[in-house]
Write a protein that binds this ligand. Structure first.
Ligand SMILES: Cc1ncc(C[n+]2csc(CCOP(=O)(O)OP(=O)(O)O)c2C)c(N)n1
Ligand SMILES: [Mg+2]
Length: 700
């Protein structure tokens, strides 16, 4: 039955499907018009699709939108946010507090819809996770939602394999649905993610592609002639079509096809009409990104058989209809699940305890009992090597700490090597080592998706390639997800690989990103402390920046303990009586160079202090007294030492301090030659310190 062909004059009571669909459409149109900005056309087109999926298929309880085994719905075409807000409103999704305590008030009230895109409304321009309950992930940057959905599907397979046990085979069996448009299809990230999803045979994943042939500039023929179906078949997906977005029967059949397909992800290619029903704007890019206008809205409502002058109109029976459909089904499923988890707890108390802790982002008791201590060693080891030891020790005690690399684990040393860790693959969804392939951007989004399902994911690569995944990493920060990024090869320390592989501005980029904690530890014991801090984060992504080359393990009997790392910066070595003339501030592999310079200065009778500053963000979080005790305002003679751009360093070294830094793209040569060329040697640092004492700002 095509709802488009149902006579719009039928009274609402006889035509509840259509009335529900048109309510979604008109709420979206009215909200965009009231805001005088937004995207009405796609909610108008996709209302039947969303209606069919939510009302007939989605296993989701509006009363408990965080129930762990709920199906996930991702609106990857986030500009169509009003579609989602209308659904959240009409199905009566409840708001949930940040610590997952149900509050009871509606997540999206009619007032919030009337205030679409206004300050503090629960209906911001694009869907935001942690701001509007029922929004499963933040979307808006095209391609991110679909890629994130792959992470959700992966996490569900992992959870199911670990926690589904005899008699509880369906403890985790949720499906992940993502709605996307031409933009998502064109973005590289979706191709990376689809390729991996096909490879992993994620049969719990369904993407619905809105093949409306329209993007902002006009018809897709301007820039996009892919044969999407063939492309996805080549990725190993199951591909099906729905030729009319208004045909509820065809839609239902497509969703059943997905549910019956047990060995591959499914793509539903859907033909729709953007701005459906708007006489002058349907099928044009004019329906994409601006309000329809009062007159066009009136005409569209007339076409729908809708009261033309009613705004934000929800006919009688529509709320009840959703309550009877998704509401009733969802509650039954949710209640049954919680009853079963009680049983599960009796039979598998340890696994149930793991689930409880994981879902609350807590760590197992004693998780840090085996973390290694590293004895002093002037030759030392690379921080990527010490990180491998710490990560493995922690992961043994944290079963849901899982992750991998974008084909670089032999370099990033993030492989979990203990017995039973295994490799995650289509044939082994229990493995804890992930092979994301050379797909950094998708890896970031997939980590986000995994984290949204509450496992604790980490991903790794060369630091320089953070540039390839900034979009995903930014969403980790925006969503406040405790994703762990391990980046190695952090500087010109990579030597011969040359400028393409030598990060220069990347530290500054990461420091500029709100909500992210970056740590660049100086030695093996700082690495241990860094992991301790990172693993205890709840709402911040962490970026751990590590060196490829060996760095000395600092003698902590002589210098301050590495536990100072938790405060972001600490006094590692000091002048007599804590009264320095000059402060050397180093990060990562440059700290031991500062210590050497300090020893020389001390021998020459210069009163110097060394501050190890592994994390600006952690330091900035300290109170003023502590910060001033580390960097006393009266000591203006300051030298920072970091093998990277000096961008931002004046915040700590002042306008008169000196920054030993790199202003170009590095070079390809053995490390020793590079250190000399760029001035990273004791001699240069000592000279800078001395001239700072004579006159801050003098050493050029
Ligand atoms: C990464 C990214 N690039 C650009 C944009 C800006 N943008 C928003 S919607 C859009 C067009 C999307 O077209 P399509 O996905 O076909 O959506 P439709 O208009 O059909 O709903 C663009 C370019 C964006 N949101 N994200
Ligand atoms: Mg489109």
């Amino acid at each position: 039955m095509s709802v488009a062909t149902i006579s719009p004059t039928l009274p609402v009571s006889q035509n509840i499907d259509l009335a529900s669909i048109n309510t979604i459409r008109t709420l979206s149109m009215d909200a965009v018009q009231a805001a005088n900005s937004g995207h009405p056309g796609t909610p108008m087109a996709l209302a039947p699709v969303a209606y069919c999926l939510w009302q007939q298929f989605l296993r989701f309880d509006p009363q408990d939108p965080v129930w762990p085994n709920r199906d996930r719905f991702v609106l990857s075409n986030g500009h169509a946010s009003m579609l989602l807000y209308s659904l959240l409103h009409l199905t009566g999704v409840r708001a949930v507090s940040k610590d997952y305590e149900t509050l009871g008030e509606p997540s999206v009230s009619l007032d919030a819809i009337k205030n679409f895109r206004q300050l503090d409304s629960r209906c911001p321009g694009h869907p935001e996770y942690r701001w509007t309950s029922g929004v499963e992930t933040t979307t808006g940057p095209l391609g991110q939602g679909v890629a994130t959905s792959v992470g959700m599907a992966i996490a569900r397979q992992w959870l199911g394999t670990r926690y589904n046990r005899a008699g509880f085979e369906d403890l985790f069996d949720f499906n992940v649905y993502a709605l996307c448009g031409d933009g998502c299809m064109m973005e590289g990230i979706s191709n990376e993610a689809a390729s991996l999803a096909g490879h992993l045979r994620l049969s719990n994943l369904c993407w619905i592609y809105d093949n409306n042939h329209i993007t902002i500039e006009g018809n897709t023929s301007l820039a996009f002639t892919d044969d999407v179906a063939t492309r996805f078949i080549a990725y190993g997906w199951n591909v099906t079509r729905v030729g009319d977005a208004n045909d509820l029967d065809m839609l239902a059949r497509a969703f059943r096809t997905f549910q019956n397909c047990k060995d591959r992800p499914t793509l539903i290619i859907l033909d729709s009409h953007i701005g459906y029903g708007a006489p002058h704007k349907q099928d044009t890019s004019g329906a994409h990104g601006e309000p329809l206008g009062e007159e066009e809205i009136r005409l569209a409502k007339r076409n729908y058989g809708w009261p033309e002058d009613q705004k934000f109109y929800v006919p009688d029976g529509v709320y009840d209809h959703f309550r009877e459909g998704i509401g009733k089904r969802g509650k039954q499923l949710r209640d049954a699940w919680f009853a079963r988890i009680e049983e599960y707890r009796k039979q598998y108390p340890e696994l149930a305890e793991e689930l409880l802790r994981m879902q609350h982002r807590l760590l197992p008791l004693g998780w840090d009992r085996d973390l290694p201590e590293f004895p002093p060693d002037p030759k030392g080891i690379a921080t990527r090597e010490s990180s491998a030891k710490v990560l493995n020790a922690a992961a043994k005690n944290i079963p849901w700490l899982i992750g991998g690399a974008a084909d670089l684990s032999p370099s990033t040393k993030t492989r979990l090597v203990f017995d039973g860790a295994g490799d995650f693959s289509a044939d082994n969804y229990a493995g804890r080592n992930f092979h994301f392939g050379i797909r950094e951007h998708a890896m970031g989004a997939i980590l986000n998706g995994m984290s949204l399902v509450k496992v604790r994911p980490f991903g790794s690569g060369f630091f320089i390639f953070v540039d390839y995944m900034r979009g995903s990493l930014r969403l980790s920060a925006l969503m406040e997800l405790p994703v762990i990024y391990v980046f190695t090869h952090d500087s010109i320390g990579v030597g011969e690989d040359g400028p393409t592989h030598q990060p220069i501005e990347q530290l500054a980029h990461m420091r500029a990103m709100p909500g992210l904690i970056m740590i660049r530890p100086a030695d093996a014991n700082e690495v241990r402390e860094a992991w301790k801090v990172i693993l205890q984060l709840h709402h911040e992504p962490a970026v751990l920046v590590l060196a490829r080359q060996a760095v000395p393990t600092i003698d902590r009997t002589k210098y301050a303990p590495a536990s100072g790392l938790a405060r972001g910066a600490y006094i590692l070595a000091d002048a007599p009586n804590g009264d320095p003339e000059v402060i050397l501030i180093g990060t990562g592999s440059e700290v031991s160079l500062c210590v050497e310079a300090y020893e020389q200065l001390t021998n020459e009778g210069v009163r110097a202090r060394v501050v190890s500053m592994p994390s600006w963000e952690l330091f900035d979080d300290q109170d003023r007294t502590y910060r001033d005790s580390v960097l006393p305002p009266k000591v203006k003679a300051r030298v920072s030492v970091e093998q990277a751009s000096d961008f931002g360093w004046s915040k700590y070294t002042g306008s008169e301090g000196h920054n030993v830094c790199i202003e170009t793209f590095g070079a390809s040569a053995p490390l020793k030659q590079l250190q000399k060329k760029f001035g990273f040697n004791v001699e240069n640092i000592v000279a800078a310190a001395k001239s700072q004492i004579v006159s801050p700002g003098a050493h050029g």
